[in-house]
Every structure is written in C-alpha cells, then in structure tokens.
Design a protein around this ligand. Structure first.
Ligand code: ADP
Ligand code: MG
Length: 682
C-alpha cells in the first residue's frame, strides 16, 4: 500500500498550494513524504507557531498602554517600549513566517493572493510601529499585530483540519484495502501483508473478512458485499470460477481465492487512480474561481488603500486609518474562494466512485447537469447483452452443426455479446470448432477470418445487403418478425446459413427511461442491429426514438445531428462500435463491463450494468454544481458585507472590527465552505 499513501487529491489542496506556495513542495522533495503527511506536518507547524506566538502575545498585551488603560493598571519601566518591540518582532518574524514566505512564492508566480494580503497587512503594521518606537510620532500597533498573527495561525490550523476532513473521502477508498492476507502454502496457512502477494498466490478468506486482492474463487461458495466498491447494495453470490474484487467483504462461506491482480492493477487502485486524475483535471468552475480569487486580491488591496485614504481625509489619526486598512485586507483574503471548488470536487468524485460511477473527465461531468437527450446503445446497454442462439437456419449445403463449427470458430476471436452467445452454443453441443487464421473484427458488422483456406464471415443483414448477398427466406423472415437478432454465415462469398439470437431487455431499462422522462430528458436508442428488433425494444421501453442498422461512424453522426438541433447529448454505450459516439457526445458514458475501447473513450464509467446509474450520475452532477455555486456565492458574497464592516462604515454606531476579528471572520467563512462541501449528497 506504500505507493498509494500519497494519492489523496493533490488538487484538493490547490487553494493551499497557492497560499503556502512552494513550501510544501520543497519539503516534499527533500523529505519524500506523502502529501497527506505533509498536510499534517504543515498543520503541526502552524500549531507550533501559534503556541509560541500566543505565549509571546501575553507580555505584549500586558505592556500595551491601551490594554493597561482598559483594565486600569499601569506598568512601565525604562526601556519597556524596546521590550515591546523585541517581543513583537519575534511574533512578526516567527509567527508571520509562513505568510511572508507564502507571499514570496505567490509573487514569484506573479499571482498575488491570500498570502500576499496577510503578509502585506502584518508588514505594514509591524514596520509602522517599529518606526514609532524609534522616534516617528504616532502610536504603536503591537498588540493588534500580535493578535492578528495568532488568529491567522490558529485559523489556518483549523481550516487545514476541515479541509483534510473533506479530502479524506479518497483516502477512505484506499482504506478499503485490507492489509493482511492468509496465504495458503504447502506448509499451511500463513499470514502475510497484502503487499507481498503475487499473482497466482492462493489465499484463504474467512467469512467476515475482506478479500485481499482481485482474484478468482477456487474453492467454496459465498456471497460478497461489494457495496463500497460498485454501489451494488445487494450481496452478490459467488461460486468457484467467479471473480472477486479486492476490498469487498466476504459474508458467508470460507473461500480460497487465486490472486489475479495486485497493487496498482487491482480494481480498487485503478478507481483511486481515476478519481485522483479526475481531481487533477481542471474544471471550468475552478478556473472561474481562480480568476475570481485573483480579482478579489486586487480588490482587497484597492479597498485597503481607499479605506486608509478615506479615514485620513476624515481627519482620523494615521494609526486608526492604518488599522482599518489592515482589517480590510485581512478580511478580504480569498481563501474560501480558493477552496470552494476543489473541496466539492473531492467530495463528489469519491462519493460517486462509491456509487459505482467513475468520473474520468470533470469538465464533461459538469456538462452532465445540462443533458437534454440521452442516447443509449441497445445491445449490452438497454438489453442484457446475453445472447442465446435460438435457431440455426441452413441456407445451403452445410448442416446446423457445421454452421456452428464455422461461426463458433470465428466468434471465439470477438468479444461482442453475439459472439459469446454463438461460442456458448457450440460448446453446449460439444462441437469441435475449426481453427481460424487472420481473424479480423469488423466493428458494427461482424467478424471475418480464414478457415480451412476459405474466406469466412459472420455478419449483419446490413453487410449482406451492402454486398448484394441478401436473399429472401421464409424462415429468416419469421425469426426477424419475432424481434430476434439475426447474423449470417458467408463462406467464399456464398450465403450458407443464418443464426437467430435472442437477448433480454434489462428490467432496469424501463425505469431508467421513465425517470429520464420525469426529468424532462429525452431517451433515444442507437443500434447496429436490425430495425425490427430495434422497434420492438423501443416500444417496450417507451423510447422517444431510435436509429437502427447504424455503423459505428454513423452512430457518432447521429449524435452530432442531435447536437446540431441544439441538444446537449449524453451517449451511453459499451462496445468498440460505440467509441466514436462516446467521444462525439457532450458526455460519453461507458456502461458496466464494457470494452476497454469504450472505457477509454468515455468521460464517465458506470461500474454496474445498470442504466439507472445514468440518472444517478446526472443527479450527482447537478448536486455537485449546486454546491459549487453555493460555495462560490458565499466565498465572494461574504465580502459584500465584510469589506464595509472592516473599513469601519458602522463606526458611527460604535461598531469597529479589529484586525484579529477580521481574521477570525475570514477563517470562519472558509470553514463554512469546507463544511458545506462535506454535506454533498444525492
Ligand atoms: P449494437 O449497436 O446493438 O451494440 P453493434 O454495432 O455492435 O450492435 O453490431 C451491429 C450488428 O453487427 C449486430 O447486430 C450484428 O448483426 C453485427 N455484428 C457485430 N459484431 C458481430 C459479431 N461478432 N458476430 C456477428 N455479427 C456481428
Ligand atoms: Mg453494444
């Protein structure tokens, strides 16, 4: 598990990267610690600096004339102002160091932000006071400076803690991975760390324990809880030969599992990696937030300067005006703004991962909230994609078994659901299939290869028509009328047989279509299969429309046409033939155990074969967006009352904020953003 310790969202801490600048990275390289650890180290650093500064603040307060006046005592001794200066300098340099350093990093990146503001504020306060100590007429500012730094330090500490909480979601995924396994060896069962497992090892998993890594059941029957991994809430029954996922919980029986994948290759780690990558991809909302943060910094500096000028103009002492300026700059820190979006992203990616919805592309996921049309692929998406051969129809000299020998041989080289159905039928009848040379998949059409020196095809009706091999036949017509999928065997340019296959509509599909309609979203179907089957499925499900006998490139054209009509389109598919359409769509969604090509082309992956997850995904996208907007609105909007308050507009009513109180409010606004993000739900 070593290599995975650091995966928890780099991106999450983006806000902090900006604010603590390069500090974190330098440490990272030198000490080689994981990111999560750093975060904790930084937290400790803030805590230490806070404690030291707070202790130093006590004598500063006692020595301050204003405080003495307030509590009605007097404490003076020769040179006391130099002591005050010394203590304050210590607080400024030691407690203020993270901010000063942060400013340097921000300016180096030409991106003044949060740290620049704080550093500027404390620097102005300190040097002005120092000048007064050494002769400039005026009043010092030391206790305000010290308390401001204290509050900033503790505020950062608290914020980092809440941020850590929000970003832990990804870590929770990693924590699903067990650490120990019972390895079966010739000498008996031995407990070993999971990291030592190798492919081919056999492990024993007792009831109630987690499956240590992805593998295959060799012995024993059980049911497994995969809820945390795929969102499937019901226990899944497993028997020898079935695959199990590392991290899922073995519920009933003891099983022996042969390890198939370890470390980074396991399902769970791939999910973690996907989630991490998704968190790193920039989203439009994040860009917006970053730009806003930059402008807010400029506004803060301007507002500070205006405040200073205005109070001086109104005839207030310089120290009063300066204090207001510092408060304005502190309260306007765009800290909450920097974290508003990353925190939501972090919570939403891991939340959706737990529901079996993997987000690969955040920008597309953001678009999912606006989807108006969902286009489904038929086979394997709306239907189960488990074809069963129901009829074999000889159309030439070959008999049924012979047709299956040829077709089964070719289909062994294809991963299409039709292919699996045919292969299974040949196996069922114990037929020895032929050997194939030069096999080739024709996406959306069929397969091709050389058997016994003859050119063999198993193809769609469309392919036959295209090549003028189509022949009317009563029996073929009949199975087509029944809404079956029919493919044809062609040998050396001659049509020799037809195979009819039946598939089942997924029971979840109907509900998915209904729910989409409730949301005002249209549902279409695209299929390479024949129009009769397509029509039957479309009517069964109440679809808004369908396109049949479309080739892969036509699938993407259909999607494009819908887009040209002004719709935001999501495409849901599983096959190689869907890949171009997945790319073309505004949101490409690969379903279930889809082919790798489909997964690579998709923006979102649904782990389960459940079309209803499309709806969950859309809901999640909407909820995520709402949270982002709420956070952004809060993080910017709070300035509307904070800035005037800090500037002292309510001074006439006796309300005046000290810089420390300003810092407190600023930190509070960030904590609110973090808490709000954590409450994301669907
Ligand atoms: P869908 O869009 O329904 O997922 P495809 O585009 O994958 O279907 O396939 C379209 C048609 O091409 C199928 O209905 C079938 O006629 C034919 N076809 C595709 N792959 C194969 C195969 N491996 N064997 C036989 N026919 C195939
Ligand atoms: Mg398909």
């Amino acid at each position: 598990m070593k290599e995975n310790d650091g995966v928890h969202g780099e991106h999450v801490h983006e806000g902090e990267h900006e604010e603590h600048g390069g500090m974190e990275h330098e440490k990272h390289e030198h000490e080689g610690h994981s990111h999560a650890k750093h975060h904790e180290m930084m937290m400790e650093d803030f805590k230490k600096r806070f404690i030291v500064s707070a202790i130093l603040t006590v004598p500063i307060l006692i020595l301050s004339p204003l405080i003495q006046n307030f509590f009605g005592f007097e404490l003076t001794f020769p040179g006391d102002r130099y002591v005050l200066f010394g203590l304050s300098a210590a607080v400024y340099f030691y407690g203020g160091w993270p901010f000063l350093k942060g400013m340097r990093d921000e300016l180096k990146k030409k991106l003044p932000g949060m740290m620049t503001l704080i550093a500027l504020a404390i620097t102005v306060a300190f040097f002005y006071s120092a000048a007064v100590t050494f002769g400039l007429p005026g009043k010092t500012f030391y206790w305000e400076l010290a308390t401001l730094i204290d509050i900033m330090l503790i505020g950062h500490y608290i914020e980092m803690r809440s941020v850590l909480g929000a970003s832990r979601a990804l870590e929770e995924l990693i924590k699903l991975m067990p650490t120990e396994a019972h390895l079966v060896t010739p000498e008996g069962v031995k407990d070993v760390p999971v990291s030592e497992l190798k492919k081919g090892d056999v492990v024993l998993v007792k009831p109630g324990e987690k499956i240590p890594s992805d593998g295959l059941i060799l012995e024993g029957e059980t049911s497994v809880n995969e809820a945390m991994l795929t969102g499937e809430s019901k226990p899944v029954y497993k028997k020898p030969g079935d695959t199990v996922i590392g991290g899922s919980i073995n519920l009933e029986g003891a099983i022996k599992v042969r390890i198939e994948k370890t470390g980074k290759d396991t399902y769970l780690m791939q999910v973690v990696e996907l989630v991490r990558q998704a968190q790193e991809t920039r989203s439009r909302t994040q860009d917006l937030a970053n730009r806003a943060a930059f402008y807010l910094t400029l506004i803060a500096i301007t507002a500070g300067a205006v405040t200073l000028g205005a109070w001086l103009y109104l005839g207030k002492p310089f120290v009063f005006a300066l204090e207001r300026m510092v408060t304005v700059m502190v309260i306007t820190c765009p800290h909450a703004l920097g974290l508003a979006v990353p925190l939501v992203v972090s919570v939403s990616t891991s939340l959706s991962a737990k529901k079996g919805i993997l987000i690969r592309n955040r920008e597309a996921f953001e678009r999912a909230k606006d989807v108006q049309v969902v286009v489904f692929d038929k086979t394997g998406t709306l239907t189960e994609g488990k074809f069963e051969v129901t009829e074999v129809i000889p159309l030439d000299e070959l008999d049924e078994n012979e047709i299956l020998r040829y077709a089964g041989a070719l289909e062994a080289h294809s991963s299409h659901p039709i292919a699996q159905g045919i292969v299974e039928k040949a196996e069922e009848l114990n037929l020895d299939v032929y050997e194939v040379k030069e096999s080739k998949v024709l996406p959306g059409k069929g397969v091709q290869g050389v058997i016994n020196g003859r050119e063999v095809f198993v193809v769609s009706p469309g392919f036959l028509k295209e090549n003028e091999l189509w022949r009317e036949d009563e029996r073929v017509k009949e199975v087509l009328e029944q809404g079956k999928t029919v493919v044809f065997l062609v040998i050396d340019g001659r049509l020799v047989g037809a195979l009819a296959l039946a598939d089942k509509i997924r029971p979840e599909s109907r509900e998915a279509v209904e729910k989409l309609h409730e949301m005002g979203i249209k549902a279409y179907m695209l299929t390479g299969d024949n129009a009769k089957v397509a029509k039957w499925v479309a009517e069964e499900l109440g679809l808004d429309g369908f396109f049949a006998e479309v080739l892969p490139h036509q699938k993407s054209e259909r999607v494009k046409e819908l887009q040209e009509q002004g719709y935001t389109v999501a495409m849901v598919g599983d096959g190689i033939n869907d890949a171009p359409a997945l790319i073309q769509a505004d949101v490409g969604i690969a379903i279930g155990a889809g082919t790798d090509v489909a997964i690579e082309s998709a923006d979102i992956i649904l782990v389960k074969n459940d079309p209803r997850d499309v709806i969950t995904g859309i809901h999640l996208a909407k909820a995520t967006y709402r949270k982002m907007v709420q956070n952004l609105a809060w993080a910017t909007g709070y300035n509307a009352f904070a800035i005037p308050l800090a500037a002292g507009v309510l001074y006439g009513y006796g309300i005046l904020l000290s810089p420390a109180l300003g810092a407190l409010l600023m930190s509070l606004s960030t904590v609110i953003v973090a808490i709000n993000a954590r409450f994301l739900k669907v």
